[in-house]
Design a protein around this ligand. Structure first.
Ligand code: ADP
Ligand code: ZN
Ligand code: ZN
Length: 825
């Protein structure tokens, strides 16, 4: 069943007929046709002229397959007959059908970036390119073409004496307009000339007295965007030093900078001033932020501070027309600042214009895309900066282990630090409370998610006019529905997945709620009885809904929807909801914000005097080597929301593991010590960043088929790995082609040895599995995984490329490849 890769394949079935041809092009079609790295070969016809001049980056329509089905694709490069592959018969090469007039052209740098991504992340290049161009741009949403008019240069129509008074008034008005207001829209001209109809203008056009122009604008509705102009008077000495150090790299080619600064240390202020300096050099800046969470506040700050420059904003909360409009502002070069989430790394800033890339909260999980191409926005940003020849600045209060390792140990990044908070703010005091102990203190039998210590703190905060953030990183009401009889042991699982389901309360439903699977999103009624022994079911576990219920019960002044809001994926349906919620909190009418990690990130509200973490352990038990790192990040980040004014901030962290180092060190805001411990452990176990991982997941509705395909894949890859180990290749010479996760592209491998796993050392790639995935079935598909582990990115890349060329690795619906995976379930 393996399809063989045969080099540069042409879509051969239908010949080009006898159209005259002016050259050839590689076209990456928007289909899962994996022709790495260039796509298919097509001929460029001599007619019509715009098509004959087609350039890389253009979206075109080409015939594909036996039936010549028209499909969209991107021209990746152009060449002439002399560069055509020798084994291709020119008379059999099909012609490009036509240009896709609606879609804008991608800059050349993005084509290069796509080529690299297609290789590194093992994704067909057409799919990679398709994901760079927003659907709204492909569909030309919001484009409005209007007619403008101006005085004709040499009027050859009726003599002036024969014009009506209205027509003459129009000509006089036009002649009196300053040059930069001409040509002018017909409707605008009519209203300025005091006309009720456009008739007189139309007659002037017909008479040859006016010339017409057509102009297309992308129009979109915008509600008022929040603008924040507050500017600190002067930087602290520390900030100034960091700014000067990073600024020195501007205009001097590619370099990577890591800014480690505790929460509230004024990192954003540095990004803003760095971008100002870049703008002064005539170039543009790109800034990435995680998810929609940060954009209302960060967006407001950028819009306020760069009022005279155009700021384009790209995130998932935009309407199609807004997205197209913002994208076009970036593409035309009119926007000098582009701010956006993960996919904004593909902003079409013209080649040679990009002067700096800033990646805020570089550790954030939302930078990783969980469908093909499974790229990491931070790593792609590093690669893009390399292609653009500009510096890239990665900032965080809790850097990823990958970036910290690169900055501190491999020294491939320049490290800058802000160990103290901005003036007037102190890091909050964090108190760890033992959840088990707190529960014992309660006499009644009810479930209490809020222990006595936290309860008192909330009370005090509300009494003294402060605000509180309460975090629980789990949605729903309860995540465990079971039979109370331990001998029976029934636990409710999803019908389509090997996973437990989550109970969601819903006031308007008769049974009080429903259960939902968070993997396939299917829903069922909450059963009343155990299906095995008919006992009444019980619900365990925690969720934000349960906390919400408890807060309303314990604090009379808290009323959901007015003085208290819950922010999680179930209540926040759009960026607008989120924006509004933060607005109401900022104004002070909402006293308590309760939510998932959405409230842990980036928020800057001075009146937050209490941050409560209901349970710091939600990530700890997951079978993922990053569980400890995530726990540290979550606790540090949410704690960092407190203490942002002269008022002292308090943080209370409830946990069943009060002695765990990740929690202890987060409480003392000691990232460097945490990183030291965590990296030592990773090194001992041969885990990233001391090794490189790729994960192949095979899925099929048929269990045996899924396992068989996974077994064959693993076996074939083992053979390839053994062959190259024997040939002594090891892939070292190819290292430069892969940009290591968060590492500088083009640098030499670390040569880190793996231990613990014990099977590989320095050379070779270990192929593990297949084994059933942790969640062995999702949406009725059985899932098996094969893991590839190598000491260096280069070795991993050469095995993946070899596997792909031999048709062993076939990215598609059955097989998903995840390079540098962040989710291991
Ligand atoms: P971070 O991005 O590191 O969390 P921010 O840049 O958001 O920090 O700064 C936190 C707060 O401190 C903001 O309200 C900001 O206006 C303020 N701030 C930053 N730098 C200074 C400074 N030099 N002097 C006074 N206030 C500052
Ligand atoms: Zn399910
Ligand atoms: Zn039972």
């Amino acid at each position: 069943m393996w399809r063989r890769y045969t080099g540069r394949v042409t879509d051969l079935f239908a010949p080009a007929m006898s159209k005259p041809v002016v050259g050839y092009a590689h076209v990456a079609v928007e289909r899962a046709v994996d022709r790495y790295p260039d796509g298919l070969t097509y001929a460029v016809p001599a007619e019509p002229a715009p098509l004959a001049d087609v350039r890389p980056g253009r979206r075109v329509i080409v015939p594909l397959g036996r039936s010549d089905r028209p499909v969209a694709g991107y021209v990746v490069d152009r060449f002439d007959a002399s560069q055509l592959d020798a084994d291709l018969d020119p008379s059999k090469i099909k012609c490009i059908d036509r240009l896709d007039d609606a879609a804008a052209e991608l800059p050349g740098q993005l084509i290069d970036l796509a080529r690299w991504m297609s290789g590194y992340y093992c994704c067909p290049i057409g799919i990679t390119l398709a994901s760079m161009l927003p659907a709204a741009v492909k569909r030309n949403v919001g484009a409005v073409t209007r007619t403008l008019v101006d005085l004709a240069d040499a009027p050859d129509g009726e003599p002036a004496g024969r014009l009506s008074p209205k027509q003459r008034a129009v000509l006089d008005l036009l002649a009196s307009l300053p040059v930069d207001e001409r040509p002018i829209e017909i409707a605008d001209l009519a209203s300025r000339a005091g006309l009720k109809t456009k008739g007189p203008i139309r007659k002037l056009i017909d008479a040859g007295r006016l010339t017409t122009f057509r102009k297309t604008n992308i129009e979109a509705d915008w509600a008022d965007r929040a603008v924040d102009t507050a500017t600190p008077e002067r930087l602290t000495d520390q900030q100034q030093r960091v700014l000067d150090d990073v600024s020195r790299a501007v205009g001097r080619g590619y370099s990577t900078h890591m800014l480690y600064g505790v929460t509230g240390s004024g990192k954003t202020e540095i990004y803003i001033r760095l971008m100002q300096r870049v703008l002064e050099t005539g170039r543009s800046a790109l800034m990435l932020v995680p998810e929609i969470a940060l954009t209302p506040q960060t967006g407001g700050r950028l819009l306020g501070r760069f009022a005279d420059q155009r700021v384009a904003v790209l995130h998932s909360g935009l309407t199609a027309a807004q997205r197209h409009q913002q994208w076009s502002l970036a593409a035309s070069g009119a926007a000098r600042i582009v701010l956006g989430t993960r996919s904004a790394v593909f902003a079409p800033i013209p080649d040679d214009q990009l002067g700096v890339i800033v990646v805020d909260e570089e550790h954030d999980g939302s930078y990783k895309q969980d469908q093909a191409p499974r790229y990491h926005g931070r790593d792609v940003a590093v690669r893009r900066a390399h292609l653009a020849g500009c510096p890239v600045l990665l900032g965080s209060a809790t850097p990823s282990m990958e970036s910290w390792h690169n900055a501190v140990h491999r020294r491939s990044y320049h490290l800058h630090q802000l160990p103290q908070r901005a003036p007037g703010m102190k890091l909050p005091k964090v108190r760890i409370v033992d959840f088990a102990e707190q529960r014992r203190q309660r006499r009644d039998k009810r479930v209490h998610l809020i222990g006595p210590v936290m309860e008192q703190a909330i009370e005090r905060t509300l009494e003294t006019g402060g605000q509180a953030l309460i975090l629980l990183n789990r949605r729903g009401y309860a995540n465990y529905i079971a039979c109370p009889d331990q001998i029976c042991g029934w636990v409710m699982t999803c019908r389509h997945c090997d996973a437990t389901v989550v109970y969601h309360r819903h006031g308007s439903l008769p049974a009080g709620g429903f259960v939902r699977c968070h993997h396939c999103l299917s829903e069922q009624k909450l059963p009343e009885q155990c299906p095995l022994c008919t006992r009444r079911v019980v619900t365990f576990g925690l969720g934000t809904q349960r906390v919400e219920e408890e807060l309303s019960r314990k604090f009379a002044s808290l009323c959901l929807g007015t003085t208290m809001l819950r922010l999680d994926a179930d209540t926040m349906h759009s960026a607008r909801d989120f924006h509004d919620a933060l607005d109401r909190f900022g104004r002070g009418e909402v006293r308590v914000l309760l939510g998932t990690q959405m409230i842990a990130k980036g928020l800057d509200f001075p009146n937050v005097r209490l941050v409560g973490v209901i349970n710091a352990d939600t990530a700890i038990s997951l079978p993922d080597f990053r569980a400890t790192e995530r726990t540290f990040q979550l606790v540090s980040q949410v704690a960092g929301r407190g203490g942002r004014s002269e008022q002292p901030g308090h943080v209370i962290v409830q946990t069943f593991h009060p002695d765990m180092p990740a929690i202890q060190l987060a409480a003392t805001h000691d990232y460097p010590s945490f990183a030291r411990q965590e990296l030592a452990e990773r090194q001992q176990c041969g885990l990233p960043p001391f090794a490189r991982l790729a994960r192949i997941v095979v899925r099929d509705p048929d269990h045996v088929r899924a396992r068989t395909i996974a077994e064959r894949t693993a076996e074939a890859l083992r053979q390839v790995a053994a062959e190259s180990a024997r040939a002594g290749e090891g892939g070292r010479d190819e290292t430069d082609r892969g940009a290591p996760a968060g590492a500088a592209p083009g640098e030499t491998p670390s040569g880190a040895m793996l231990s613990g796993g014990g099977t590989i050392s320095g050379g070779g790639v270990q192929v593990r599995g297949p084994s059933a995935c942790v969640i062995a079935r999702v949406a009725d598909y059985h899932r098996f995984q094969v893991e590839l582990i190598a000491a260096t990115a280069g070795e991993l890349q050469s095995l993946i490329t070899a596997g792909r060329n031999r048709g062993i690795i076939t990215p598609g619906s059955t097989m998903a490849i995840d390079v540098d995976p962040t989710a291991l379930m």
